[in-house]
Design a protein around this ligand. Structure first.
Ligand SMILES: [Zn+2]
Ligand SMILES: [Zn+2]
Length: 373
């Protein structure tokens, strides 16, 4: 192993990332040092870079922070006592792995009750890269996995490009649809056809959902959603008002509305619209709205009279990550998963990757930390 590795340091809102070198730590007992093979630009990273999602913890710009969370890697070194992954498969240096990017504490109320994967302190180790163990996020050459994080070996038949979105986009929507109990015969609206939305189409299909309707403002994203098996798409320029989109969903669902709506947009105003798209007794599954400044106005009585349920969902249980790998290993030939990562950039071109995904030119960018071509 080299003695130092690069981190693309997040310096502030729409500021350029800076490549800096830090010492590669030795893993403590129970921990793993991972050599990152690829890391993707997820919508939430874009929200942070645009300043819509405040991760500064009160720091003033320029920051020295690590970001990035969707990634796959290989074991660089194993701490004492680590012999297996979370599923009990033997683990060795060089094995390709995926892992939760957060670290559940195992003892807070959320962890104890297992009611939600949203551990109160799951990001407590997200130190600045200047502090040990330096490699806390995906935009770098290494990542430090702690003993509380679920880790799974990547099946041999799953290439890196497919494994990369497993630990965020794919696991998150597997967990979300499970929590909403969305299944056989249900109708589902997906608001937003970014990485999570496209993965959600495949997961919904696998769960037996009978009708999948996807809404987005970018035509190429909706085309990809259709290739994944979406039954209907709604292009925002063709249905420019919330009322027109609600009406369209009602038309497509025989006037009833959808059994579930999955929010993957991150804009507050889509929430009342999505709630109105629901049928009586429907579930609104909110994942995208992570930015603290968003507001929306809902009519609470519609939830009460309609018996609708609003879920706020963040992070996922270990089994969702394991299921993500199983899906990719056994069912990938049914869906064009290889099209989700549309562009690859060396880590040194991270600023181009963010700029191009920001303007919608790129569906989801993958950064290759060992490719300096
Ligand atoms: Zn993500
Ligand atoms: Zn916890």
């Amino acid at each position: 192993m080299s003695e130092t590795g690069l981190v693309a340091v997040f310096t502030g809102v729409r500021r350029p990332f800076e490549l800096r070198e830090f010492p590669v730590p030795a893993p403590e007992p129970g921990d793993i040092v991972v050599k990152i093979r690829l890391a993707n630009v997820c919508g939430s990273d874009l929200h942070a870079w645009r300043g819509e999602y405040d991760i500064s913890r009160g720091q003033a710009e320029p920051f020295c922070l690590s970001i990035g969370h969707e990634m796959a890697g290989e074991v660089a070194s194993l701490g004492d006592g680590v012999t297996c992954d979370t599923a009990g498969q033997p683990l060795n240096v060089g094995d390709r792995i995926v892992y939760q990017y957060f670290c559940p504490c195992g003892s807070c109320k959320a962890c104890r009750r297992n009611k939600t994967p949203r551990c109160e302190v799951g990001m407590r180790y997200r130190f600045p890269p200047t502090e040990h163990p330096h490699f806390n996020a995906a935009y770098g050459q290494y990542f430090y996995v702690r003993s509380g994080q679920a880790v799974f070996k990547i099946p041999d038949n799953v290439p890196d490009d497919l494994a990369g979105p497993a630990n965020c986009a794919l696991s998150q929507v597997i967990d979300g649809l499970e929590r909403g109990r969305v299944g056989i015969g249900d109708t589902l609206v997906i608001q937003g056809a970014g990485g999570l939305g496209i993965n959600a189409v495949a997961v919904a299909r696998e769960r037996g959902v009978s009708q999948i309707i996807v809404i987005d403002g970018i035509e190429s994203r909706l085309e990809l959603a259709s290739e994944f098996g979406a039954d209907e798409t709604i292009l925002i320029s063709e249905f420019p008002t919330p009322d027109s989109r609600i009406k369209r969903v009602k038309e497509l669902t025989q006037g009833e509305g959808a059994d579930a709506v999955l929010e993957l947009v991150g804009i507050g105003s889509v929430v009342p619209e999505g709630l109105e798209m629901l049928s009586s007794g429907g579930d609104y599954l909110m994942i995208g709205n992570i930015t603290q400044k968003q507001r929306s106005e809902i009519k609470p009585a519609d939830l009460v009279h309609g018996g609708k349920t609003l879920h706020g969902l963040m992070w996922y249980l270990p089994e969702s990550l394991q299921q993500a790998l199983t899906l990719l290993s056994t069912r990938a030939d049914r869906y064009p998963f290889h099209k989700i990562l549309s562009h690859h950039f060396p880590l040194s071109a991270i600023n181009d990757a963010f700029a191009e995904q920001d303007c919608g030119k790129v569906q989801r960018a993958a950064l290759l930390p060992w490719d300096d071509s």
